[in-house]
Design a protein around this ligand. Structure first.
Ligand SMILES: [Zn+2]
Length: 95
């Protein structure tokens, strides 16, 4: 059932949609679609940058393998590299 929530990011009121995943927000709050898309875009941008850094560190054979992977897989690997502590990053770019 659709819920009427306030966006914890931009403050707008919005109705949840089919497939909306509850966000880690206070009761009555969530993240609107526009902000979710924005976050995802930022996130992917960062992951693609990390992917490019990882690729630079690979030997020739692995670079060929990397180039054969689809974007989704590269982003997953980049995310894994971050959670393994091989790469550190933060929102808002480098510090
Ligand atoms: Zn929002």
């Amino acid at each position: 059932m659709a819920k009427n929530l306030s966006c914890g990011c931009c403050g707008c009121g919005f109705m949840t949609w089919k497939g909306y995943v509850d966000q880690d927000q206070d009761k009555g709050f969530g993240i609107c679609r526009k902000c979710q898309d924005w976050h995802e875009e930022l996130n992917n941008e960062q992951l693609d940058k990390i992917g490019a850094t990882l690729r630079e560190a690979l030997n020739n054979a692995n670079t060929v393998k990397w180039d054969g992977l689809d974007l989704e897989t590269r982003r997953l690997l980049a995310m894994e590299a971050v959670s393994e502590g091989m790469v550190t990053w933060s929102f808002g770019g480098r510090q």
